[in-house]
Design a binder for this molecule. Structure first.
Ligand code: CAA
Length: 287
């Protein structure tokens, strides 16, 4: 399978990051969102990230130009998907939404086009089951911030075939990512472990064992995590983390039961950096 054109559905944080990696990897890339302002912000983010890549010596001026030339936008799924060899969806983590999208993509994408989800925990097999191309459905789990994160976690659904897996491994390599392959299972490798660490940090805070700042410092300096668990959950979104934990709790059992303090923060609207307050308070542009 020779992938030349990639469509990315959803221009939020993850979609725009994936489109950056695709365009830089040399693929004709179409970023889709029904909201034109999101597309404008997405393209601005890609331009800024390319500029940053050049400043850091990671991207050459030629690569920057050709990535921008590779990039285009669309406001409907149909227009984005009809020419694509690979479609990667990065819409919110709601299975009903993903099922609806996979149903539509199966109708509008060419036969043989691979359908991928960037879900961080949900079942790829369940999404594949609504299509007539189960063998060409797969999970491509990228990490935030995509330009700086080196991993691509590839999720093999029950019926994903070898050519689809091989094609996606090659896409990951051309995007400059290290690839790991995991069988479809709730939370895969990364979200399953990350959710437990993050939940335990909330238990420590709830029990008054240490302050949020000290828990973050301990993990950064004592365990060499690049970010503390509260800095990270503020970046990812407390609502996102809670919904992952609820799903893992339902599918894998009690060890993933969300900490009541996390539930309370979400009810209070402390959703993270995106709203200016999570575990920490944020002023415009600084923590
Ligand atoms: N283009 C290309 N490369 C770039 C770039 C760009 N625009 N910007 C940076 N880079 C490169 C840098 O040159 C550097 O490369 P080397 O390691 O080869 O030198 C690399 O990207 C990292 O950049 P920095 O060293 O400047 O990064 P940093 O020290 O500022 O660290 C961080 C930033 C990588 C985000 C770090 O804080 C970190 O790892 N934090 C944890 C983030 C994390 O865990 N994310 C996952 C969240 S969970 C998720 O996303 C999925 C989910 O399921 C919810």
């Amino acid at each position: 399978m020779d992938i030349k054109t990639i469509a990315v559905i959803g221009a939020g944080t993850m979609g725009r990051g994936i489109a950056y990696a695709a365009a830089l990897g040399g693929y004709r890339t179409m970023l889709e969102d029904v909201r034109p302002p999101m597309l404008e912000q997405g393209v601005a983010y890609i331009r800024k990230s390319l500029q940053e890549g050049v400043a850091r010596g990671k991207v050459s001026a030629e690569q920057q130009q050709s990535a921008l030339a590779n990039l285009s936008t669309a406001t409907t799924v149909e227009v984005a998907a009809r020419e694509a060899d690979l479609v990667i969806e990065a819409v919110p983590e709601d299975m009903r939404l993903k099922i609806g999208l996979f149903t539509e993509l199966d109708r509008v994408a060419r036969p043989g086009c691979i359908l991928a989800s960037n879900t961080s925990s949900l079942s790829i097999t369940e999404m594949a089951a609504v299509t007539a191309r189960r063998k060409q459905c797969i999970g491509l789990h990228f990490f935030n911030p995509v330009p700086k994160m080196k991993l691509l976690e590839i999720v093999r659904a029950l019926e994903t075939d070898d050519p689809t897996l091989a094609a996606c491994q090659e896409v990951g390599r051309r995007m400059g990512k290290e690839v790991v392959v995991v069988r479809d299972s709730p939370g895969f490798i990364t979200s399953r472990i990350n959710a437990l660490i993050g939940n335990e940090a909330f238990h420590l805070l709830q029990e008054g064992v240490a302050s949020a700042r000290d828990i973050d410092t301990a993990l950064k300096l004592g365990l060499n995590h690049p970010m503390g668990p509260f800095e990270l959950v503020d970046l990812v979104g407390l609502d996102v983390r809670l919904s992952i934990l609820e799903y893992l709790h339902r599918t894998l059992g009690d060890k993933f039961k969300p900490c009541p303090l996390l539930v309370q923060y979400v009810k209070d609207g402390r959703l993270g950096k995106k709203v200016g307050r999570g575990v920490y308070e944020y002023e415009e542009g600084k923590k």
